[in-house]
Design a protein around this ligand. Structure first.
Ligand SMILES: Nc1nc2c(c(=O)[nH]1)N[C@H]1C(S)=C(S)[C@@H](COP(=O)(O)OP(=O)(O)OC[C@H]3O[C@@H](n4cnc5c(=O)[nH]c(N)nc54)[C@H](O)[C@@H]3O)O[C@H]1N2
Ligand SMILES: Nc1nc2c(c(=O)[nH]1)N[C@H]1C(S)=C(S)[C@@H](COP(=O)(O)OP(=O)(O)OC[C@H]3O[C@@H](n4cnc5c(=O)[nH]c(N)nc54)[C@H](O)[C@@H]3O)O[C@H]1N2
Ligand SMILES: [Mo]
Length: 762
């Protein structure tokens, strides 16, 4: 007799069929998901794969002498140890580091999506643990929309990018023209951070098209808006969107199309901004963007004529001066005067994830594991982690302040892949090899595990119980344990609980609750809040047995900024002027040349306009067949590889110039590094642009050398967007591409070498 168990993930809720011996028979979506993502089959396919880490391991040199051979991190075999030994080593490293250098020398490598689930949310379990241990250096900002997070408080007095997003029903009912800068590719709407319940974006795109919404895709890639929506494609040079937005704004001024009443009553600094726009006409923008001036003029006129939504994708701001396209988007929408009208104004990252643009009842709480305190106040902007490791004692300007970089001597990393999320990996690796100890929890032998000193094997969602409560959905979902843990793998929570016991703060950490004890507690706390807000979820036992609870009620999303529009005096924004700041005196006072007082076109360090030795612009977008680097080892992701490597999309003309054919292996390189990729020729990219999805597991011939699997972060820049946000700027990257014969085999999916414990006399 087989059995079906419901589990869930960032990419959806699904059921796994197992036989009596726990063998996995099949994976199916749930009836309440309109359009399940194919990624759902990937975890069941590799949950028992030979790359799973079966027990704790310690790098050979570290076992011999802690800290001595840190430069060999990633180049030495691992020695299997028992849990007791491993946890002793972790305790010792933590205590010793704290004693010598204080808690400010511990980096809680706290970036990473890990898995959906509110208890076994790895970042939370780790932060709670390190906080109670006395604190750790945390990160600030995010990889997704770091520049927007930095600039929006100055412009609108808020940075809730999700709250500012216009919802689909409003678009279909009211928007007539949707300008998608950077597109809104459906591949990205497969998932949500914290979980997706139903995939609805494809249907909404069709509905928008049927309702007659005109959709324009402004992107170097034609593939960024689904064909069903019949988009018009305006190919643009990467990194030049600010120039387009300013050129559109300048055209509005020149043609007398500015909503002067709106900018006078709702914005501050318009006059100064308009003076800056004096020479920013369509011809100026055409030179920079490659979009013909006549097209820009036509677009400006169309925007002023009809209900228009200007949406700028997150990718566009993940680039040098990424604050500018965000600010310029708000400025253009202000001049069109439609902010606060249904279906009008601006939005950021429409379609970047599944749920952000769907409407749901307001006030749904989430069961939550409390993080606890973090007595250490030092933070590092996510885009600048290498600075933290490489420049102890140095300073970093950030958001009007100066960060003094502490000396990090211990990295604790769990739930993220630093060899995926960071840019300029060769430089990053140099930094990663500086501290005295690196401790990693991982389910598989991924790059962070391979480059660790102490590796603790963790379970996956299928091997534990949890609750999914999406940030953007209207369900709570029970995630039932499907199979027993692999080998000696343990839940992150249990690992931290035992470490806390050993370190003397066990009760503060686990509060004497086990897994189900915590789930019940977290659920009941959230249920009390839900009840106060007029919802009626059942008690925990009933929820756990039923498997889901749906919050019902009017799914109305108030039109973004409508109250401010109606009465800016009564409902001012939280900015110094109470209005939309087209000029910020606060930013002016920082005197940053890379982020001036109003939206400004600043040439990126690398773009097609200054390309010479490296003539191609490399975009490294989100992968269609996995989540970042997660499940790169699964069949779905591996089937999409070309010659075993991550595909590089290249236009026919660029391929011809280099004598390349489909299926060839190429070397992609610049001064920062080199990697191999498999050629796929396309007619969907602007000439001069190549595209490699992010997330191939870092697999160099030797650490820091030629990367042979297709990880684009070997060549991307780790420059911050500006001194203001210091956001990641991965999309700003020029490269050259050439054919590479006789490539070395990919070894990313083979476990690292292991050594016997007594081989060196221990
Ligand atoms: N070049 C380039 N780089 C980028 C981007 C880009 O556009 N271009 N995008 C950036 C963006 S937006 C983001 S959000 C980041 C994402 O960066 P990350 O969030 O760091 O990427 P993931 O691959 O999701 O890493 C999650 C890791 O956690 C592990 N894991 C999964 N479940 C568990 C668990 O239960 N316990 C533990 N201990 N580990 C688990 C997985 O095996 C995986 O190694 O990447 C950024 N990097
Ligand atoms: N399947 C899948 N979906 C995902 C993720 C995943 O890993 N897998 N990751 C999720 C995460 S963490 C995030 S943050 C979001 C990110 O969402 P986005 O940042 O929107 O996603 P990207 O795929 O990086 O970029 C979208 C498109 O922007 C275009 N683009 C790049 N540079 C420029 C430019 O300079 N100008 C213009 N006009 N266009 C440009 C590229 O053609 C690219 O295809 O996606 C989420 N969705
Ligand atoms: Mo992201």
């Amino acid at each position: 007799m087989s059995k079906f168990t419901q589990t869930a993930s960032h990419w959806g809720v699904y059921r796994v069929e197992t036989d009596e011996a726990g063998g996995i028979l099949s994976t199916t979506g749930v009836p309440f998901d309109a359009d399940p993502s194919p990624i759902q089959a990937s975890l069941p396919a590799v949950v028992r794969d030979p790359l799973r880490i079966d027990r704790p391991y310690v790098r050979e040199g570290y076992l011999r002498s802690r800290g001595a051979s840190r430069a060999d991190r990633g180049a030495e075999p691992f020695v299997p140890v028992d849990w007791d030994t491993a946890l002793d080593l972790v305790t010792e490293a933590l205590q010793d580091t704290r004693q010598r250098l204080g808690n400010e020398s511990i980096y809680g490598g706290s970036y990473g999506w890990a898995s959906a689930g509110r208890l076994h949310h790895t970042q939370s379990t780790m932060k709670r643990f390190l906080g109670l241990f006395g604190g750790f250096v945390d990160r600030i900002g995010n990889h997704s929309f770091g520049a927007a997070l930095g600039i929006m408080p100055y412009v609108l007095g808020r940075s809730d990018i999700y709250g500012l997003a216009v919802r689909w029903p409003e678009v279909v009912a009211h928007t007539r023209l949707m300008v998608l800068i950077g597109g809104a590719a459906l591949k990205n709407a497969q998932l949500d951070s914290g979980g997706t319940v139903s995939h609805d974006n494809a249907g909404w795109f069709r509905a928008a098209h049927e309702a007659g919404v005109r959709i324009i895709c402004v992107s170097p890639s034609k593939m960024d808006v689904p064909e069903d929506a019949a988009p018009e494609w305006l190919p643009i040079r990467p990194g030049t969107d600010t120039a387009l937005l300013l050129g559109l704004a300048g055209t509005l001024v020149a043609k007398g199309l500015v909503d002067r009443e709106f900018v006078a009553s709702h914005c501050s600094g318009y006059a100064e901004f308009e003076r800056y726009l004096a020479d920013k006409d369509a011809r100026w923008a055409a030179e920079i963007t490659g979009i013909p001036a006549a097209e820009i003029e036509r677009l400006a006129a169309a925007m002023a004529e009809t209900r228009t939504l200007v949406n700028t994708s997150w990718s566009v701001q993940r680039a040098d001066h990424g604050e500018q396209p965000v600010w310029a988007t708000v400025a253009l929408a202000s001049m069109l005067g439609q902010i606060g009208l249904p279906g009008g104004g601006f939005s950021l990252g429409f379609g970047a994830v599944n749920g952000m643009t769907l409407a749901r009842p307001a006030g749904i709480p989430r069961p939550t594991l409390p993080l606890g305190p973090n007595p250490v106040r030092t933070v590092i902007p996510v885009g600048r982690i290498a600075e933290l490791y490489l420049r102890p004692g140095g300073t970093l300007p950030y958001n009007g302040e100066t960060i003094t970089l502490p000396q990090i001597d211990l990295i604790y990393s769990a739930g993220g892949n630093p060899f995926h999320h960071n840019q300029n990996l060769n430089r990053f690796l140099e930094g990663w090899r500086r501290p005295g100890a690196v401790i990693v929890h991982e389910p598989w032998w991924t790059p962070p595990a391979r480059y660790a000193d102490i590796v603790l094997p963790s379970t996956t969602t299928m091997e534990r119980n949890d609750i999914m409560a999406p940030q953007t959905g209207s369900h709570w979902i029970a995630m039932h344990q499907v199979i027993p843990p692999h080998g000696q793998a343990r839940n992150d929570f249990d690992i931290f609980a035992e470490l806390a016991d050993r370190l003397g703060f066990g009760s503060a950490y686990h509060q004497d609750r086990d897994e189900l004890g915590w789930l019940r507690h977290m659920y009941e706390e959230a249920r009390t809040v839900a009840a106060q807000r007029g919802f009626d979820p059942p008690g925990f036992d009933e929820f756990w047995a039923t498997g889901k609870y749906e919050f019902t009620g009017a799914a109305e999303h108030p039109v973004v900024l409508s109250e401010f529009r109606a009465d800016p005096e009564m409902n001012p924004l939280d900015t110094p002027s109470g209005r939309i700041e087209l000029v910020s005196e606060t930013i002016r006072s920082y005197d940053y040349d890379d982020c001036p007082a109003h939206p400004t076109w600043l040439e990126p360090v690398e773009w097609l306009g200054n390309a010479s030795r490296y003539p191609l612009h490399l975009l490294s977008n989100q992968p269609a067949h996995r989540l970042h680097s997660q499940l790169d080892n699964a069949p779905l992701s591996r089937a999409a590889k070309v010659a075993d490597r991550e595909p590089i999309l290249i236009g026919a003309q660029d391929a011809r110039q280099r004598g390349l054919r489909d299926g060839d292996v190429v070397r992609v390189f610049n001064d920062r590094g080199e990697f191999l990729a498999g050629v796929r020729i396309t007619d969907t990219l602007l000439p001069g642009v190549v595209q490699v999805p992010t997330g191939a597991w870092y697999d160099p011939v030797t650490p820091g050398g030629l990367e042979k699997h297709g990880n684009p972060n070997v060549v991307t820049t780790d420059k911050g967007t500006s001194q203001l946000a210091q956001g990641p700027a991965a999309q700003t990257c020029l490269v050259q591409v050439e054919r590479y014969d006789d490539p070395p085999p990919v070894t990313a999916f083979e476990p690292p070498p292991t050594a016997e414990r007594n081989s060196f006399g221990l």
